[in-house]
Design a binder for this molecule. Structure first.
Ligand code: XIL
Length: 414
């Protein structure tokens, strides 16, 4: 076992969900005691290790009892609602919390069928020195996911951010190709066959750089290798892990407005050029960092994304969903939570209308640990914590949780 990882019994107990109560308004769900036990035993068998059945067993509902809709685990979980529609659902994982916070591990295990590393698989964290790789955190997340029967998204190989300190002084036009290939072969190769999908290139479009094709010419990768770095990255990723679905991941393409419309068109054009060139690409990742204070809507935008991806034969993943609320004037938490939940409802309602979206992940689990709570993102209300995710700091489900769960429930089976 990896040093510092919780023992298998802890990793596995997470799926043995108890039935909690909290606050919701949606319809009734029926579950029998036998069905619940089957789920629990199946979860243990699936990971092939002994699990600890804890005292929660006494909280099982009696046969035929109508389970309260407030119940959010088992049949009331995000995961079960999503999987009943053929969808995967997940969250970005903070590996420090994975080690230190038992409730975090339990909620992850109860709610999600998939995880993605919030940082642990990025270039800097996995490749801290030119000749040295570091996999402790990424290995720990893989072990957790696999012990709990969860799928893993790889995020990411090539980005203009999260580069290690050595990068600027070491990478040149002459060696950049070799460094990119070695990195992808080493990290991709380590997890070969175990990754659902890799974000191979992240955020390669940046209209503000002024190129007609919208490519981010300010990216160090572009500056070293020109536009070809993109195809090179995908071809290499396919060689490293032929079974992983290769994804292009970007943000700022979700809303019906001029600015996002331009970026969306540039992303779809890039994907089309890649398809025409025969580059291995299988999915579009729509990051979905949304804004509760935005006056723009969804509808035309989401149709364009879904139609565009479908025409190119690509799956769609919602990869980093959260809703910033720093721009909302009101300090009233209940009001803010309702507005945030409304954005979850509208966006996921539009995106899940067709059958193109196959996975939906939020960028974190609880508000307390959201990246949006770094001072950088608290501009209008620096003294106020943002509430962008489905769970609050106590892991109590918020209106956004129920909005998301309702959207899964309403989605067509895929
Ligand atoms: C963010 C992480 O959440 C932060 O912890 C880190 O400091 C910076 O990166 N788009 C992406 C993610 O593709 O990798 C980013 O994650 C959020 C925006």
């Amino acid at each position: 076992m990896e040093p510092g990882l919780p023992p298998a019994s802890i990793l596995v107990e997470l799926r043995i969900s108890n039935f909690e109560t909290c606050c919701s308004t949606e319809g009734k769900v029926k579950i029998t005691r036998r069905k619940w036990l089957r789920q629990a035993v199946g979860a243990v068998a699936a990971v092939g290790v002994t699990a600890v059945l804890r005292s929660e067993a006494s909280a099982l509902p009696k046969t035929g009892r109508t389970v309260d809709p407030h119940i959010i685990t088992g049949d009331g979980s995000l995961m079960t609602h999503a999987s009943s529609r053929g969808l995967l659902t997940g969250a970005a994982v903070n590996t420090q919390l994975l080690h230190s916070d038992e409730t975090y591990r339990r909620v992850l295990g109860q709610q999600y069928s998939m995880v993605v590393g919030e940082n642990c698989m990025k270039f800097g964290p996995t490749h801290p020195k030119p000749e040295r790789y570091s996999f402790n955190d990424a290995d720990g997340m893989m072990a957790f996911a696999e012990a709990n029967g969860m799928k893993v998204r790889g995020h990411n190989f090539v980005w203009h951010e999260a580069l290690p300190d050595w990068f600027a002084g070491t990478v040149t036009k002459e060696n950049a190709k070799q460094i990119l290939v070695d990195h992808i072969m080493t990290v991709g190769g380590r997890y070969k066959g175990r990754i659902h999908s890799w974000d191979v290139v992240n955020e390669a479009i940046w209209i503000q750089d002024g190129r007609p094709d919208g490519l981010r010419s300010s990216s160090p990768w572009f500056q070293m290798l020109g536009p070809e770095y993109i195809d090179l990255a995908y071809r290499t990723a396919h060689e490293a892990d032929p079974k992983a679905l290769l994804t292009y991941n970007d943000y700022g393409i979700e809303y019906d407005n001029n600015e996002e419309g331009k970026k969306r068109a540039a992303v779809l054009d890039l994907l089309k050029r890649m398809k025409v060139a025969g580059t291995p690409i299988h999915a579009l990742g729509v990051q979905s960092h949304l804004n509760a204070a935005s006056t723009s809507t969804f509808g035309r935008s989401t149709t364009e994304l879904l139609d565009g991806a479908r025409q190119l034969g690509l799956q769609v993943f919602i990869t980093e969903l959260d809703v910033k609320d720093d721009g909302l004037e009101t300090d009233d938490i209940a009001k803010r939570d309702e507005i945030v939940a409304g954005v979850y409802r509208d966006f996921t309602g539009s995106m899940l209308e067709g059958k193109d979206v196959k996975a939906l992940l939020t960028w974190g689990v609880s508000d307390e640990h959201s990246w949006l709570n770094s001072p950088k993102w608290r501009v209008k209300h620096p003294d106020r914590l943002q509430r962008p995710l489905p769970f609050d700091a106590e892991y109590t489900p918020k209106p956004a949780f129920f909005a998301l769960r309702d959207s899964f429930g309403k989605a067509k089976k895929r």
